[in-house]
Design a protein around this ligand. Structure first.
Ligand code: NAD
Length: 335
């Protein structure tokens, strides 16, 4: 029987890119039983909540989900459904690979980076409030624990070893945030000492941002705390040509949710011109996760070859093809 997978189409361009990903996964020869459920702003409209109970139940049952982007109100309103899902299922590792594409104009070639971000703690712990009723001051608490740091840094070391990568850089701000970032760095140094076979380096986050822009090829895999990882992984997406091209995995002990790094793209929603590459690549990460590595690799190759051939290029990459045309081109290569 086909494996059940929770499918969250999401908001804005979400449904069109997610449907495109489902189509290419099927064309890659893997039959999955998709269980469609709602989340995000659409779910607020239909169910009165950004994460309906049936969505949580579906993920809890299947332990596996492919998710489109979810809209989050800025500066007010309900808490991010993405952050809430990561917390609910303790999806502590956020893995975002960024690899250059042939056929995509960008500042660099040969970029091949992975940002591994702690996904449940730090400044995204959700502990913040206004100090007074007039909103003249606000404060936020960053929570870092030894256990939380150990599991993400150990995950990063294991990732580097399993994939035969060459280097792990721990990114921190322990010169200023001596306790929170300091604890993360202390744990990292301890784990590094037990893994001398891996080239371990450490770098302060502001310098890291500058170094990534100047010479990204000096890096390989990066591990860092929540906020720094969020920002740096968008930066690494920018290095290879933009948000439409990078996928992310949210991994926990027994549950995993795969998604694009980008958001709902309200400026192009409903026009049918979004680039579905990121969710397609998220689909390939999902396939690898369930042991369908060959199909996942074929999917990645088909997407990359379609982009390189520039035969169905979407507007974000300078073409005029629709989401549909790009999807059909990928499907044709897979068949
Ligand atoms: P965004 O990623 O939606 O858009 C930024 C820019 O990139 C826009 O110009 C957009 O058109 C473009 N873009 C993004 N994805 C694209 C694609 N697949 N193809 C072509 N162009 C693409 O970022 P934003 O505007 O800052 O956020 C919009 C909404 O998305 C907000 O509500 C935000 O909270 C949400 N968001 C959700 C997630 C998620 O669910 N994981 C991630 C980021 C932002």
């Amino acid at each position: 029987m086909a494996m059940p997978v929770t499918l969250i189409p999401g908001d804005g361009i979400g449904p069109e890119v997610v449907n495109a990903a489902v189509e290419v996964i099927e064309a890659a020869g893997v039959q999955l039983q998709w269980e469609r459920v709602a989340a995000g702003a659409g779910a607020v409209a239909t169910h009165g909540t950004p994460i309906p109970a049936e969505t949580i139940e579906s993920i809890r049952r299947n332990k596996l989900a492919l998710k489109g982007p979810l809209a989050t109100p800025v500066g007010e309103g309900y808490r991010s459904a993405n952050v809430a899902l990561r917390k609910e299922f303790d999806l502590y590792a956020n893995v975002r690979p960024a690899r250059s594409f042939a056929g995509v104009e960008s500042r660099y070639s040969g970029v091949d980076l992975v940002v591994i971000r702690e996904n449940t703690q730090g400044l995204y712990s959700g502990v913040e409030h206004y100090v007074d009723d007039d909103h003249n001051a606000a404060e936020s608490i960053s929570i870092i624990t030894r256990k939380g740091s150990e599991r993400i840094i150990q995950y990063a070391f294991d990732y580097v070893r399993a994939r035969h990568r060459r280097r792990l850089t721990l990114v921190h701000k322990a010169n200023i945030l001596k306790c929170t970032s300091g604890l993360f760095l202390e744990v990292g140094r301890g784990i590094a000492a037990k893994n001398p076979d891996i080239d371990f380096r450490e770098m302060i986050v502001d310098n890291c941002a500058m170094q990534l822009v100047r010479n990204p090829n000096q890096f390989d895999v990066l591990v860092t705390t929540n906020l720094f990882g969020d920002i740096l992984s968008d930066l690494t997406s920018g290095l290879i040509g933009g948000l439409g091209l990078t996928a992310g995995a949210n991994i926990g002990k027994d549950t995993a949710i795969f998604e694009a790094v980008h958001g709902t793209a309200p400026d192009i929603a409903g026009k049918g011109v979004s680039n579905p590459t990121a969710v397609m690549l998220a689909g390939s990460m999902l396939l690898e996760h369930i042991g369908e590595r060959t199909a996942g690799d074929r999917l990645v190759t088909a997407v990359r070859e379609t982009i390189a051939a520039r035969e169905a290029t979407t507007p974000d990459l300078g073409g005029s093809a629709t989401t549909r045309m790009f999807t059909q081109a990928v499907v044709k290569r897979l068949r």
